[in-house]
Design a protein around this ligand. Structure first.
Ligand code: GUN
Length: 292
């Protein structure tokens, strides 16, 4: 069993971006600028946004954080989205999800200018990605694709079993891995809460991608010997042994599954750090007007 080290890989990606930003600035170019809108004070969202801002500083991007209380109206939030759309200094921005129940996430996502949609959530980007045209690809699937590439994991003709059909991870992942070329050319099965014989389906997977948000859902008896297992889960579990009072648990029962795998991503330190690296890659592409 070998570990796919997302922490180390994200560090390499961030250093590549930092080097490019240094060059851009030396040539008198614009400093890439990412903005984030954060509504309310959900612990997970606070942590993720803080990590995104810190990563911007590391690579030499400008960053802006716009905060709203969780009783902000949809109208007020949409007005801020419009303001960021119109702000020429901002290359890309994200609205951290989830949003409070009284606000339509779809409406807000749709309101983001697709050329600044570095989260890759806008229908324009989702549509372009699905037909294989240049687009901003959502950060987690893009981060997984980067790990597959950098670790030279074979995907052609492989059976990929994805557990979870979310718009952010499962569905885009299934589209990307079934596309022509590398990483791709895989036969993909998307499993979800209504899938019959889930265990038997998982056992057929040469590559399993677990993205359901259910801690330690994937057990050893669901994994074929020699499979590649990619764990997207990041559920916060209360813990007495950490300073923060919580720890992250993946969707895979790592201790029992790891020894059966050829490759596995740990949690933390697997897919999570790559998500941030991908967001930075997308922001750099936006600043360079590489896609639109
Ligand atoms: N919430 C969970 N993951 C994400 C993400 O990738 N982007 C945003 N904006 N919100 C999220």
């Amino acid at each position: 069993m070998q570990i796919i080290d997302g922490k180390a890989t994200s560090q390499i990606v961030k250093d590549e971006i930092a080097a490019e930003v240094t060059q851009m600035k030396a040539k008198g170019g614009k400093t890439p600028h990412l903005a984030a809108i954060l509504v309310g004070n959900d612990g997970g969202s606070e942590t993720y946004v803080a990590a995104k801002i810190k990563a911007c500083e590391y690579v030499g991007f400008k960053s802006s954080l716009v905060r709203f209380k969780d009783d902000v109206s949809e109208e007020e939030l949409l007005a801020k989205v419009q303001e960021l759309n119109d702000d020429d200094d901002i290359d890309g921005f994200i609205v951290q999800l989830p949003l409070p129940k009284h606000i339509s996430e779809q409406k807000v996502t749709d309101a983001v200018d697709y050329r600044k949609d570095v989260d890759g959530f806008h229908p324009q980007n989702v549509g372009k990605m699905s037909i294989g045209s240049p687009a901003f690809v959502s950060a987690t699937p893009q981060g997984i694709m980067e790990l597959i590439k950098r670790y030279k994991i074979e995907t052609s003709g492989k059976h990929v079993v994805i557990i979870g059909r979310s718009n952010i991870v499962g569905r885009p992942m299934s589209i990307l891995l079934s596309q022509k070329g590398y990483p791709g050319d895989a036969t993909v099965t998307v499993c979800h809460s209504r899938t019959a014989n889930l265990k038997e389906v998982c056992l057929q997977g040469d590559i399993i991608i677990a993205a359901i948000g259910s801690p330690e859902f994937v057990k050893a008896n669901m994994v074929k010997q020699g499979a590649v297992v990619i764990d997207v889960g990041t559920t916060r579990i209360k813990s007495d042994t950490t300073k923060s009072g919580w720890k992250l648990k993946g969707d895979v029962a790592y201790d029992e599954v790891a020894s059966k795998c050829s490759w596995i991503t740990p949690v933390p330190g697997g897919v999570g750090p790559m998500t941030i690296a991908s967001l930075l890659q997308n922001t750099l592409k936006a600043a360079k007007k590489e896609i639109y």
